[in-house]
Design a protein around this ligand. Structure first.
Ligand SMILES: NC(=O)c1ccc[n+]([C@@H]2O[C@H](COP(=O)([O-])OP(=O)(O)OC[C@H]3O[C@@H](n4cnc5c(N)ncnc54)[C@H](OP(=O)(O)O)[C@@H]3O)[C@@H](O)[C@H]2O)c1
Length: 245
């Protein structure tokens, strides 16, 4: 039985992953903004076999709450083995170009809040000498594209932060897993036209749990995105500037 804190637990990917944790009897602390929705998810997870569930109201941009929520979740579950950070927003890129305050909001939600949470969680896990931090990044963080470079910037910042944190925590038996999904059919992407590269959250969730079990460090999900992003990263800049991505 693992004691798992999920931040952004109302996310479709997080909920699908939590169902798999519940099925094997893990104890789950769920944090997010939408308490009725968290309570509904907690009830469902209990029915699916979760050993224990509890919910915490958290707007991740309220950085002053982070330490206290982590402490409360740990007290309630009797410690933390895994923290899974899943929240995110995909703001409108062209609005962010016109009004930097919107870009700042995106950067705060997708990068700064994640770094703050990771800092508190890392110090706790380093002290206990065990644990795993899993964060959802994105393939969008691999290269800045005109269509979503504000979101991509946040995800790239999280990737570098995770890389440094992983190396710091390596000698303390704490793993840092960065999950880089491609296109997943969730409320975040509801407005997008779906094609062959799209997958459902259930499929991503199964791969996330497998990556956690194997204490992987960075995973592209589904794995074929590693190849796609390798090609995209290799496109020479003069060509990259001219193609519409
Ligand atoms: N879907 C994709 O194609 C895709 C691809 C790559 C990476 N990702 C990443 O995957 C993660 C999960 O996203 P998803 O696809 O599952 O989308 P989703 O279902 O829309 O989930 C996003 C979650 O983030 C939460 N959130 C946003 N702002 C928050 C805040 N200030 N405080 C607390 N919670 C907040 C939302 O909570 P509310 O319900 O309160 O709004 C929602 O639960 C995100 O990090 C996203 O960037 C998604």
């Amino acid at each position: 039985m693992k004691r798992i804190l999920i931040i952004g637990a109302t996310s479709a990917i997080a909920e699908a992953t939590a169902r798999l944790f519940a099925g094997r009897g893990d104890a789950l602390a769920l944090a997010g903004r939408d308490i009725p929705q968290l309570d509904r998810i907690a009830g469902d997870l209990k029915l699916r076999g979760a050993q224990d569930t509890c919910t915490f109201a958290l707007d991740v941009n309220d950085l002053g709450q982070h330490e206290s929520i982590i402490q409360q979740a740990s007290d309630r579950l009797g410690g933390l083995d895994i923290a899974f950070i899943a929240h995110g927003t995909l703001g409108n890129q062209s609005d962010c170009e016109k009004d930097f305050s919107l870009a700042l909001k995106e950067l705060n939600t997708n990068a700064i809040s994640v770094m703050s949470l990771l800092t508190h969680l890392a110090n706790r896990m380093q002290a206990q000498g065990s644990g795993q931090l899993a964060v959802i990044g994105s393939v969008a963080g691999d290269r800045g594209r005109p269509s979503n470079y504000v979101y991509g910037t946040a995800k790239a910042a999280v990737a570098v932060f995770c890389e440094g944190l992983r190396a710091r925590l390596y000698r303390h038996n704490v793993n840092v897993l960065l999950i880089k999904p491609g296109f997943v059919d969730t409320p975040m992407t509801a407005a997008f036209k779906k094609g062959a590269l799209w997958v459902k959250p259930d499929r991503i969730a199964a791969m996330i749990v497998k990556a956690m079990d194997r204490r992987k460090e960075v995973v592209y999900l589904p794995p074929f995105w590693a190849l796609i992003m390798l090609v995209i990263r290799m496109i020479p800049r003069p060509v990259f500037n001219r193609i519409k991505l």
